[in-house]
Design a protein around this ligand. Structure first.
Ligand code: SF4
Length: 581
């Protein structure tokens, strides 16, 4: 049997129109055909590539990485890339009742008939939704059960660097930045279409250093390298972004100004895995923004990167964009900026950035703790930046904190409230009124490929206690102007256990899916009890796995999967002093 037989895909247009759309809520999620969609004749293309985002349309359509890969693949004349999102619960029920398989938005082609299905893996809690998508498509969940009739299932994006927990469900993973590598891989598949599935997987693993085929390894693993895009300036970007039918989370022109981050916060997986740091030039950004604006009419430009404050041409870029876009009433949106940069840019930001409030990722309230996590913010700079923001008319500040960090004390938790309080009162000095402070508190999750990846996670009880301490402190101060939002504790514990797990976790994930969970990132769907049962059934202890501290000489389940060298990370950990706290 050969892998790609040029089989004609089943097109479900009539079935979808007559038997599906009239019976679902929000049908606009499922119709495709938006402005700037790219639709090719699937039968004329040598490779049919389904890009699957394991969440609903609104979430997937806001994912910049998927939009880039869509553009990159569709620029290849021989390749057709189509989008697939996970239908919401009501739609899934209709699909099950009427035997409608998962289909792509562009051609309404059955996903199972594509040659390759690529999943964007962005979070540990999207894995049951991946299984859900495979199930809806009629594709066996495990790689070992697939035949020549099934597409190749590829995993990519951030979680590919710690993919052992889902290794049995995927035929291959592409590690690192995919926009050039995915074209190389696709051309390889086209050139080798007469090979069997097994042969394809084996030769792809041999040929490409960034391809990981889990079924080839059991006990010893080769070191897989991350694919890297050297020239960000000339890399392909969506110049004609698709304009979503249903309101997406971010409806804007998203332009990546820099890839990577020069910062080395000890908990930050993205920074350690996306290297080296590369910049896009201001003129190129303006050019992309103009083209995207002309083809979409979006009224906001988002300048994206892990840490836009470290983008060396930020001021110049804002000026350039302002010159062209301010008369057109198009605003600029920036992610959280480092305080010293906010201070410098404040006059410009105050006029060009929408005044929804400034965002600062402080992470820890005390300078001592910030030193341990390697986050170089001083209180002096923080207060100066916030004061400047108030002087420029900002009324609200958003702060991000993380609790449960290595070396944290009870006093550090209380200090979160104290810091918020003092920053709110600072506005009195400027205009006589207190500011509104929105503080988001997340719980420390030790992540693979970071210096803190060896560290233990605090217990659920600890996090619960920290939450109560914060709320009690707020009450004690009578500070109604402080608004705290807390990340979900149980999800954070699952992230730690799954994200640093090995292949044994796959049984847990399958148990959880078969036990009835999916869309775990949605509050209305998340069911912790199902997860507890799933761990128990697999004979694994969730609490122990989440709190696991790895020893110096332990083999880490992710150490073969790209990322920085282990010794380097270990040194970084030792430099923080967190090991001895
Ligand atoms: S947390 Fe932000 S500043 Fe720190 S390393 Fe990560 S991206 Fe950079």
């Amino acid at each position: 049997m050969i892998f790609m037989k040029n089989k004609k895909p089943i097109i479900l247009t009539d079935l979808v129109r007559q038997q599906f759309l009239p019976f679902v809520r929000t049908p606009s999620r499922y119709i495709g055909g938006e402005v700037n969609q790219i639709k090719k004749d699937l039968n004329e293309c040598a490779l049919k590539f389904a890009l699957c985002f394991p969440d609903v349309y609104e979430i997937g359509m806001s994912h910049t990485g998927m939009a880039i890969i869509y553009e990159v693949l569709n620029r290849q004349p021989k390749i057709a890339a189509e989008r697939v999102f996970l239908p919401w619960l009501d739609a899934q029920q209709v699909m099950n009742e009427k035997h409608i398989p998962l289909y792509s938005l562009e051609s309404k082609a059955a996903v199972r008939d594509f040659d390759i299905v690529g999943f964007s893996l962005t979070n540990e809690l999207c894995y049951t939704s991946v299984l859900n998508a495979l199930d809806l498509a009629g594709i066996p969940l495990r790689s070992k059960d697939r035949t020549e009739e099934d597409p190749i299932i590829l995993g990519g994006a951030g979680m590919a660097n710690c993919c052992e927990p889902v290794a049995p469900f995927f035929d291959m993973f592409l590690l690192g930045q995919a926009e050039e590598a995915v074209v190389e891989l696709s051309n390889f598949l086209i050139e080798n279409k007469n090979l069997t599935r097994k042969e394809i997987l084996k030769s792809a693993a041999q040929k490409f250093p960034y391809i990981y085929v889990p079924s080839l390894y059991e006990n010893s693993f080769p070191k897989i390298k991350d694919a890297v895009v050297e020239d960000l300036d000339n890399s392909i970007v969506p110049e004609k972004p698709i304009v979503p039918f249903t309101q997406a989370i971010h409806e804007r022109i998203s332009i990546e100004v820099m890839r990577g981050c020069p910062g080395r916060c000890s908990f930050c997986q993205a920074s350690f895995c996306r290297r080296p740091v590369r910049f896009r030039k201001p003129q190129r950004i303006l050019e992309i923004a103009k083209k995207a604006y002309a083809t979409t009419g979006f009224d906001t430009i988002g300048l994206l990167s892990l840490s836009t404050a470290d983008y060396p041409y930020l001021e110049e870029t804002i000026s350039l964009l302002n010159e062209y876009f301010q008369p057109r009433r198009v605003g600029i949106s920036l992610p959280s900026l480092r305080v010293d940069v906010q201070l410098k840019l404040m006059p410009k930001l105050a006029t060009s950035v929408r005044k929804s409030g400034l965002t600062i990722a402080v992470e820890a309230a005390s300078e001592r703790l910030r030193k341990i996590i390697n986050k170089p913010i001083t209180n002096e700079n923080l207060f100066a930046a916030v004061e400047e923001a108030y002087k420029n008319g900002f009324e609200n500040i958003k702060l991000y904190f993380m609790a449960g960090l290595p070396g944290e004390t009870h006093e550090d938790i209380k200090a979160i409230v104290k810091l918020c309080y003092e920053l709110a009162m600072l506005r009195k000095k400027v205009c006589g009124k207190t500011a509104g402070i929105n503080a988001a508190v997340s719980w420390f999750v030790p992540k693979a490929h970071t210096p803190f990846g060896w560290q233990s996670q605090q217990s659920q009880q600890y996090f619960q206690q920290a939450k109560e301490t914060i709320l009690d402190e707020k009450k004690r101060l009578g500070a109604r102007f402080l608004n705290f939002k807390f990340h979900h504790i149980q999800r954070s514990v699952l992230e730690s256990a799954i994200g640093r797990g090995d292949r044994k976790i796959a049984n847990v994930i399958e148990n959880a899916y078969r036990g009835g969970t999916k869309f775990d990132l949605w509050d209305e769907c998340f069911d912790f009890q199902i997860w507890l049962n799933a761990f128990e059934k697999a004979g694994l202890d969730l609490v122990q796995l989440a709190a696991r501290k790895f020893e110096k000489n332990d083999t880490l389940p992710w150490e073969h999967l790209g990322g920085p060298e282990k010794d380097y990370l270990r040194k970084q950990l030792e430099n923080t002093g967190a090991e001895n706290l």
